[in-house]
Design a protein around this ligand. Sequence first.
Ligand code: HEC
Length: 150
Amino acid sequence: MKTKLGLFALAGLMALVATPSMAQFAKAQDAVKYRESVMTLMGSHFGRMAPVAKKEAPYDKDKIKENIGLLNILAALPWAAYGQGTQGGEARAEVWSDPDGFKQAQDKFQAELGKLTVAADAGDFDAFRVAFGEVGKSCKSCHDSYRKKK
Ligand code: HEC
């Protein structure tokens, strides 16, 4: 009896740690919740650097680097939660009717984030500011086409 329970517990744990690429969301709503949660975290970790980019807060090289490290992890996560049948949330129908365009918007974002990472690693504040602006544009550009207006 005890071992059986242990196996069930293990299966439950494995379901919890399944990586996004093999995620099978039980319900469309689970996928929506997942990707919106990640977007919320991306918004937080991106937005908190804005005062630094605007020179309203001091540039702390290590803090910025750490934050961009987190952003890189988050940036890898949402896309697997836009599979077929997960229509809804604040995502427009174009996400599914124009998958190539949606993929291009992801690639553009990843490329700009890559440049931001290089600038932050180098501790180059001017390059950081420029790259920060470009990442912001890539977020906005995807939202303009694929996120519902409020
Ligand atoms: C390739 C497209 C794409 C990129 C790039 C992108 N987003 Fe989003 N974002 C979306 C879509 C689509 C939604 C609508 C949520 C959904 O899927 O239901 C969204 C929603 C959001 C939300 C609202 C979450 C909620 O609770 O509804 C925030 C905040 C957000 N994005 C922040 C960002 C930030 C910050 C960046 C850049 C650092 C970014 N996004 C980059 C597509 C994108």
